[in-house]
Design a protein around this ligand. Structure first.
Ligand code: GDP
Length: 296
């Protein structure tokens, strides 16, 4: 973790700040730090410059500032070197930042503020940052505790965070229009981690459970708003909200489905994998890596 901090964190004034960025979000314990460490080991600066390459995952990320590391999408994910290596110039073009964000509920605004920056004084949305363009989001979750029937189910916690994240992207789409032009789309990869564990749900079930839970959350939030009179209060304070502003996906639809997000130019994909565990035990995380590799 120290190495990550030493490398690139707090890079807002350095030349890395204008690199395209991928935001890594998800609840605590999902495996974000472990994933960051693995990616850095395979495709980060440490592969060429560091002499003390880490083999153990870094300690979990508890600081309040996001940690970002510079990676290169041209790097081959497998440990064996690829036969066709790109030229240094081509390689440089594929540099990007992976921004790790804290998963604790009280610190989640860190991740959301990258997607929907708010003016700290007025609380109103600011235009998306040009200096650090976010190209995509990896939302990592622990698939081994996601089943609603598991005693310590993380479904509600993960879905609440995901709801807020997708809603921020939905607001970004509808609020930052210039004429008829919307901001560039930000696809979301839901990475279902820990598939090496036998309690883990496969990606198809992860998708189903999340869609059902997100549907429940949006119903309870819309009821909550009506009951509490928050809407009227907001109106009085000049934060007038349009009807359905906090409703995720297709307004008025009975069931929530990820494909409803396409209406807001948000592509959502669920893919399983595991950061730890050998190839025999699970699908690894090559799939997540190549998702970013497509230039998205
Ligand atoms: P963070 O809070 O999201 O940064 O999560 P961490 O990276 O600290 O991981 C939380 C715990 O999950 C650690 O004990 C990791 O070793 C463990 N973990 C992460 N990925 C996997 C995985 O793919 N399989 C298993 N079995 N454990 C994992």
């Amino acid at each position: 973790h120290q190495v990550l901090h030493g490398n690139e964190s707090g890079s807002s004034s350095s030349k890395t700040s204008s690199l395209p960025s991928i935001l890594l979000a998800g609840p605590s314990g999902a495996g974000k730090t472990a994933l960051l460490t693995l990616f850095e080991k395979r495709a980060g600066r440490s592969t060429s410059t560091s002499t003390n390459e880490k083999t153990e995952p870094a300690k979990t990320h508890t600081s309040q500032t996001p940690v970002s590391i510079k990676l290169n999408a041209a790097a081959s994910f497998s440990p064996s070197p690829s036969s066709s290596s790109p030229s240094p110039d081509e390689k440089k073009k594929k540099d990007f930042l992976l921004i790790d964000t804290p998963g604790h509920p009280k610190l989640r605004s860190t991740a959301l503020s990258h997607l929907l920056p708010l003016d700290p004084k007025t609380g109103r949305p600011l235009p998306p940052s040009k200096s650090q363009p976010i190209k995509g989001v990896i939302f990592l979750l622990d698939a081994s505790t996601l089943s609603p029937s598991s005693p310590d189910s993380s479904l509600s916690q993960a879905a609440t965070y995901l709801y807020d994240l997708l809603l921020s992207l939905q607001h970004r789409y509808s609020r930052y229009t210039k004429g008829s032009k919307h901001p560039p789309s930000i696809p979301v990869l839901i990475a279902a981690n820990k598939l090496d564990l036998f309690t883990a749900l496969p990606a198809t079930l992860v998708k189903k459970e999340l869609e059902a839970e997100l549907g429940r959350i949006r119903v309870s939030r819309s009821k909550g708003l009506l009951d509490s009179g928050v809407k009227e209060e907001d109106d009085l304070m000049g934060n007038s909200k349009e009807e359905g502003d906090d409703w995720l996906g297709e307004y008025g639809s009975e069931r929530f489905e990820f494909r409803q997000m396409v209406e807001f130019d948000i592509e959502v994909e669920v893919m399983g994998g595991s950061v730890l565990g050998g190839e025999e035990e699970g699908p690894g995380c090559e799939g997540w890596w190549s998702y970013g590799e497509d230039g998205r």
